[in-house]
Design a protein around this ligand. Structure first.
Ligand SMILES: *[C@@H]1O[C@H](CO)[C@@H](O)[C@H](O)[C@H]1NC(C)=O
Ligand SMILES: *[C@@H]1O[C@H](CO)[C@@H](O)[C@H](O)[C@H]1NC(C)=O
Ligand SMILES: *[C@@H]1O[C@H](CO)[C@@H](O)[C@H](O)[C@H]1NC(C)=O
Ligand SMILES: [Cu+2]
Length: 426
């Protein structure tokens, strides 16, 4: 036990001194870290790791106000306008959560950020085990949190400046959260483009926005770091970006779009809120400022797996497995447009799509038996007022939702699944 603690402490000291050495070449260089931390999905952590993480977060918000924790919210509010709806959204949040992780590690060197892969829980997010620790929705008119480790949590800043208040939440279905985007949607979105502008924009306006928009309360505006779930959510988004970057040699260096001042987005841009640190400095999670990598969470997807769903053999009768991408590629012409989805949803009870699937996948039945526990649900629509307050393009968001609905429908029809938590909202 002593040896383990000592080893951890030495490893973390090594990481810190590497990060503090500003004379090392900037950016992009691999193998500069003495040790690489593994950021895990919440349910991949041991109970001990979870409780140490929570203790460190609470400690950061202890004592006189404003606390060190509160200063993170202030930095996020102060730089909110230039870092959201602009390409620096992903680099800014990567650095922002890393700075938070550094503060946690000052309190407890064994702590590493964790992520919530909410796509695992997307069919029924309120059933996620994270709420045992993080509490559910708020109560009463003021929406204050009264359950979980962060019950009665007090925060200091809000979107309008100094505004001491309780941590607030207001789930979109009252006491529960509606369905979020399924893993298949996240995968397809990543697969579909090598263009940074398209990728970041889609990720921000939909998968990012839906969690903020559904949780409500503090999560609804630039004061969102007040909610400890913010860190789990943004660590997951950072994981998605990191995986997209690792996809190929184009995405590995991809950065584009225009900044708030109209200049083209460049790797040499400074990150708002962090003078002297550039986008290039945070491009590689194993470069010296960062020194982390992500665990794989796809094995947590029920009995099915997100990344390789068994599909019908290419040649009838052949025992081959292909990835979902190979199967989806046949359907690229099917992308629904805005306004089409109600017709489409209601059609799934009929035989049209079934026939389509059977035509192409007439041998599918034996493959489907692997997936008894898997079902997908259409994401609830992201509230329009939230989309507008963030400055996202609502038509684009609705198209993202329709694209997800199409995938969900295909999946459920193909595997004869039904989403039981879901009422068609349209
Ligand atoms: C961000 O922009 C909004 C709308 O223009 C403005 O009201 C707000 O003061 C700005 N926030 C900061 C911190 O500059
Ligand atoms: C911030 O100020 C605006 C404008 O006065 C107001 O509409 C909004 O409700 C305030 N937000 C919060 C969280 O108090
Ligand atoms: C990337 O996508 C954006 C937005 O659609 C577009 O303006 C830009 O031309 C694309 N870049 C490339 C290299 O295709
Ligand atoms: Cu943010």
């Amino acid at each position: 036990m002593k040896l383990t603690l000592l080893t951890l402490a030495v490893a973390c000291l090594a990481v810190r001194s590497a990060a503090d050495d500003d004379t090392v070449d900037l950016g992009g260089h691999r193998h500069r870290c003495n040790s690489i931390h593994m950021r895990k999905e919440w349910r991949q952590m041991t109970p001990d790791e979870q409780s140490k993480y929570v203790s460190a977060v609470k400690e950061l918000n202890n004592g006189d106000k404003p606390s060190k924790y509160d200063e993170f919210t202030k930095l996020h509010v102060d730089n909110g306008n230039s870092t959201h709806t602009w390409p620096v959204f992903l680099p800014f949040h990567r650095l922002f959560i890393r700075k938070f992780e550094e503060q946690l590690q000052r309190i407890d060197p064994s702590v590493v950020l964790a992520y919530w892969d909410w796509s695992i829980d997307s069919a029924d997010p309120s059933s996620s085990p994270i709420w045992e620790t993080y509490g559910g929705t708020g109560t009463g008119d003021d929406q204050c949190m009264t359950e979980g480790e962060f019950a009665n949590w007090q925060v200091y800043y809000g979107v309008n400046g100094t505004e001491p208040h309780c941590l607030r939440r207001s789930f979109n279905r009252g006491t529960t959260l509606g369905p979020l985007f399924p893993p298949e949607y996240l995968e397809q979105t990543s697969r579909d483009t090598n263009n940074y502008t398209e990728w970041w924009d889609t990720l921000e306006r939909s998968p990012h926005a839906i969690v903020h928009g559904f949780m409500g309360g503090d999560m609804l505006d630039m004061g969102s770091p007040n909610d400890p779930v913010f860190w789990l959510h943004h660590t997951f988004l950072d994981k998605l970006w990191s995986e997209w970057q690792d996809k190929n040699s184009v995405t590995d260096r991809a950065y584009s779009g225009n900044n708030i001042d109209g200049t083209p987005a460049l790797l040499t841009d400074e990150i708002p809120g962090y003078p002297g640190t550039t986008v290039a400095d945070v491009f590689d999670t194993t470069s010296r400022l960062l020194c982390y990598e992500y665990s794989d969470s796809s094995n947590l997807q029920g009995t099915g797996i997100a990344t390789e769903i068994p599909v019908a053999p290419a040649t009838p009768g052949a025992n081959t497995r292909r990835s979902l991408s190979a199967r989806d590629a046949k359907y690229t012409g099917d992308t629904p447009s805005l306004g089409q989805e109600p017709t489409f949803i209601h059609k799934i009870g009929g035989s049209n799509y079934h026939r389509t699937w059977n035509l192409i996948y007439h041998n599918d039945k034996k493959w489907a038996t692997d997936l008894d526990a898997r079902k997908l649900c259409n994401p609830d629509p992201i509230p329009a007022d939230f989309i507008n307050s963030m400055g996202y393009n609502e038509d684009h968001v609705r198209n993202d939702e329709a694209k997800a609905a199409l995938q969900v429908t295909r999946f459920n029809v193909f595997f004869e699944k039904v989403c039981t938590t879901y009422d068609i909202p349209w």
